[in-house]
Write a protein that binds this ligand. Structure first.
Ligand SMILES: *Cc1c(COP(=O)(O)O)cnc(C)c1O
Length: 230
């Protein structure tokens, strides 16, 4: 996609994020944009970088590692895809935040490798609200158990929760899914006294609804970089 188009798209996304936040009685700063680069080449990522974007997201560890090595070091990389055990080390080495922790096994593995690397890995717990068989993510019950377990681990810091809505969900379904993530955060605060503020929800087609439901991170690819078809 052309440089001018990417710059224009990014500005449009920023404007729409701000408008959606203000419409919900929030400020634009409360919603952080993760520019998703899975269909973007390094030159295209640099266009967004030059327009001031510093927070980018990848869903494959190999691509994350390659892009992180090739691009400026002040980029804050987020890992948003399904994470396999054997890729945990590489994910930790490049990610400020891993959005997709959905099992005890993965949580414990991240903690163990982060300890070896003498670091604390920031994570989100990925919930599967809609219960789709094809999507990753833990059930509400599992999420609560994972959040409690994370508190006891020294080398992970659970900052909140993430979810993905199924493709083609209706507005009602979207509202149900996004408010359910909000209510998990609320439950952790009210019943478990755990403050886990971040809610990563909303993509190109549904970020406005997600912001109305309290999103603090929106993960936006196509609306900035196109679909990679060109
Ligand atoms: C690709 C992807 C996105 C961005 O989706 P768009 O519809 O292109 O904005 C967000 N989150 C995850 C986990 C993704 O894999």
């Amino acid at each position: 996609m052309g440089q001018g188009q990417i710059t224009e798209n990014l500005q449009s996304v920023r404007d729409r994020v701000r408008a959606a936040a203000e419409a919900a009685g929030r400020t634009g700063d409360e919603v952080k944009i993760v520019a998703v680069t899975k269909n973007a080449a390094p030159e295209e990522i640099m266009v967004a970088y030059n327009a001031g974007q510093r927070r980018f997201g990848e869903n494959r560890v190999q691509d994350l590692t390659t892009k992180a090595a090739a691009l400026p070091s002040d980029i804050e990389w987020h890992f948003i895809g399904h994470l396999q055990s054997n890729k945990v080390r590489d994910a930790i080495l490049s990610s400020a935040l891993i959005h997709s922790v959905d099992s005890v096994k993965l949580l414990d593995r991240i903690n163990a490798i982060a300890e070896e690397l003498h670091t604390v890995q920031y994570i989100l717990l990925q919930a599967n609200i809609s219960g789709e068989a094809t999507k990753f993510g833990a059930t509400r019950r599992e999420i609560v158990a994972l959040a409690e377990r994370a508190v006891d681990l020294k080398n992970v810091f659970c900052a909140g929760f993430m979810t993905m809505a199924p493709y083609g969900a209706t507005d009602e379904e979207l509202e149900h899914i996004f408010s359910s993530l909000w209510s998990i955060r609320d439950f952790m605060r009210e019943r478990h006294a755990r403050i886990m503020p971040e809610l990563s929800m909303g993509m190109s087609d549904d970020f406005q609804t997600a912001i109305a439901c309290g999103a603090t991170y929106v993960r936006i690819g196509t609306a900035i970089f196109g679909n990679g078809a060109t």
